[in-house]
Design a protein around this ligand. Structure first.
Ligand SMILES: [Zn+2]
Ligand SMILES: [Zn+2]
Length: 267
């Protein structure tokens, strides 16, 4: 299975100025799954030679535009293949129904374009054979935010979306092969509702994945050199940790997980 980073930027400033892309993460194995398609996702899929018509599922972790903004366009793509509602949309309650003053982000019209629309409830597994998605609670300023464990025949991924560090994050994290962390802030610059490099090290040390990837870099994280930040985590935890670059591709199989393309600049 291939995991392509269609963006590694996050937070307000980087999303607005597109210093890093924000197209989400695309899994291509027995199923094709697009996670958190933010601004530019459709364009970046095209850059990769992939068609939104082939997407089987879209996962949206919470109702901030760096995570959902291209979702409706991509749902149109899933519909277009057979010109009938198809595929799975698994998203936080805020994205689908709205929670307090957040959302909804995907119109009722576009939700009807999908065969299965499922509100992501922490701990409630959703099957898309042979994949299983297990949402888990994250601690962000959208109260219905989730992360996703993704079980596949090639291995187990945990995608930790925007969140404060909280022991509750650890409850579902068993036997993770690939841990993807949204590390908006660098060392000594922690803010509420987001992970910093120190928080990333805590999670990597506890979860012990085969490989940890840091992504979703905010302005300060970019200015502090994500490679250095990931190096700090790697040295502290002794667990391989890398900073994602736009266009990075990771291959996962029963034999292990490895970076097979550093990013677009090297193509
Ligand atoms: Zn974000
Ligand atoms: Zn957010």
């Amino acid at each position: 299975m291939k995991i392509t980073f269609l963006g590694t930027g996050g937070g307000r400033i980087v999303t607005v100025n597109q210093e890093r892309c924000t197209g989400g993460i695309y899994l291509q194995g027995e199923r094709r799954v697009h996670i958190d398609p933010g601004p530019g996702a459709a364009l970046l899929l095209r850059k990769e030679g992939k068609s939104p018509l082939n997407t089987d599922a879209i996962l949206v972790s919470h109702c901030h535009p760096d995570h959902y903004s291209d979702a409706e366009v991509l749902l149109e793509g899933m519909y277009l293949k057979k010109r009938e509602p198809s595929g799975l949309l698994l998203a936080s309650k805020s994205v689908l129904e709205g929670v307090e003053d957040v959302g909804p982000a995907i119109s009722k019209y576009h939700q009807r374009r999908v065969k299965r629309v499922v509100v992501a409830e922490p701990g409630r597994a959703v099957q898309l054979s042979p994949f299983t998605f297990i949402p888990f609670k994250t601690y962000h300023n959208d109260p219905s935010s989730v992360g996703f464990i993704i079980d596949t025949p090639s291995g187990r991924i945990s995608y930790v979306s925007d969140t404060s560090l909280n022991p509750g994050l650890l409850s579902q994290q068993k036997k993770i092969d690939l841990l993807i962390l949204s590390v908006t802030r660098p060392l000594e610059a922690r803010i509420k509702y987001h992970l910093s490099t120190e928080d990333a090290a805590f999670l990597v040390e506890k979860i012990k994945p085969a490989l940890a990837i840091m992504t979703h870099f905010g302005k300060k994280a970019i200015n502090s050199d994500p490679d250095l930040q990931a190096g700090w985590v790697h040295r502290k935890t002794k667990i391989k940790t890398v900073a994602a670059k736009d266009g990075m591709v990771v291959e996962m199989s029963k034999g292990g997980v490895e970076v097979v393309r550093e990013g677009w600049s090297e193509v």
